[in-house]
Design a protein around this ligand. Structure first.
Ligand code: NDP
Length: 294
């Protein structure tokens, strides 16, 4: 296990377990398996509609609360000061905990920027009140960070962004580093390049010849090589799987190391082509998605 110190000193397991697209009725079983394998950091979101399943797995486990690192995200329809304070209540109740380890804003939503700033100020209040141990953002580009830092007091601990071999966002990673913000990679093994409905017609990182060659050298899988690449560059990574074999495979990454040349070879695979939604583009329909009460 590798842990990373956030900019406020809080320690976070670098490798977490993500649950985007995990069906609500399968989430408890999947998270229970992840905890059994050894993951101690879970990444969910209000907009995944499965926080209650994560909470059920935590409640059923006999792990001490302090051994777990729980991260979730406020959806844009809950942006605004009072709305985001209430979003914490919804999330913490569904997760069955009094305190969250990391609460982040899911999207920058630049078309409704005042609500974004108000939401972040609510995170600052939750932090000051001890209800969350760290606060952060997701999908923020460099200019979003600059604007946020100019209007708020606490530097985000984490910026969770799309990072995999085919889309590495070096400018965002550099901006994060400059401000002392930890980069956390979503789709760390490139899920968005191949998962059904999103990856159609795209090249899959799992089938990349360079990654496969490095994997063969080490007797490992492409997913394991990509996760090592993140960890050795100091990023947090939160791979998702519902399959017990792949949940275990993605955690078995602490007993081998890539060479500098192998890391450079993966760095060279960046296409600059984003898989996920453009964080700058307005998506008004996102504000219509209602996050249910607990
Ligand atoms: P990942 O890179 O984690 O890939 C997940 C996909 O890969 C799934 O289809 C999974 O299928 C498959 N898979 C998992 N492990 C393996 C393996 N070892 N070999 C082959 N296939 C594998 O993509 P995600 O987009 O899910 O990202 C991970 C997490 O990041 C999410 O769960 C979520 O927590 C977060 N996220 C955040 C976003 C944001 O906007 N902040 C956006 C997207 C994700 P199967 O389950 O069948 O194994």
């Amino acid at each position: 296990m590798i842990t990373l110190a956030l900019n406020n000193g809080v320690e976070m397991p670098a490798l977490g377990y993500g649950v985007f697209q995990t069906p609500a009725d399968e989430t408890q079983t999947a998270v229970a398996e992840a905890l059994r394998v050894g993951y101690r950091h879970i990444d969910t979101a209000a907009a995944y509609f499965n926080e209650a399943g994560v909470g059920a797995a935590i409640a059923a486990s006999d792990l001490p609360r302090e051994d777990l690192f729980l991260e979730t995200k406020v959806w844009v329809s809950d942006y605004g000061y009072d709305e985001t304070l209430h979003a914490f209540d919804k999330a913490s109740t569904k997760l069955g905990v009094e305190q969250l380890d990391l609460l982040i804003l899911h999207q920058p939503a630049p078309s409704r920027w005042e609500r974004v700033v108000a939401a972040y100020k609510a995170l600052e209040t939750l932090y000051a009140d001890g209800k969350v141990r760290a606060i952060g953002v997701s999908n923020f580009m460099s200019d979003h960070l600059d604007r946020l830092l100019g209007e708020t007091s606490i530097v985000p601990a984490v910026n969770q962004v799309e990072v995999h071999p085919y889309f590495q966002q070096p400018a965002v990673q550099a901006a994060n580093a400059e401000h002392g913000i930890l980069t956390q990679a979503w789709s760390p093994i490139g899920g968005i390049t191949f998962y059904p409905g999103w990856g159609d017609g795209k090249r899959s990182t799992l089938e990349d010849a360079t990654v496969a060659g490095i994997a063969a050298t080490h007797g490992r899988t492409p997913a394991q090589v990509m996760l090592r690449w993140h960890l050795q560059q100091g990023r947090s990574a939160i791979p998702k799987s519902v399959a017990p074999s792949r949940i275990a495979e993605n955690f078995a990454v602490f007993d081998f190391a890539l060479t500098d040349d192998e890391i450079a070879a993966i760095d060279a695979l960046d296409t600059g082509v984003r898989g996920g939604p453009d964080p700058e583009a307005p998506r008004d329909e996102w504000f219509d998605h209602v996050i249910p009460e607990a």
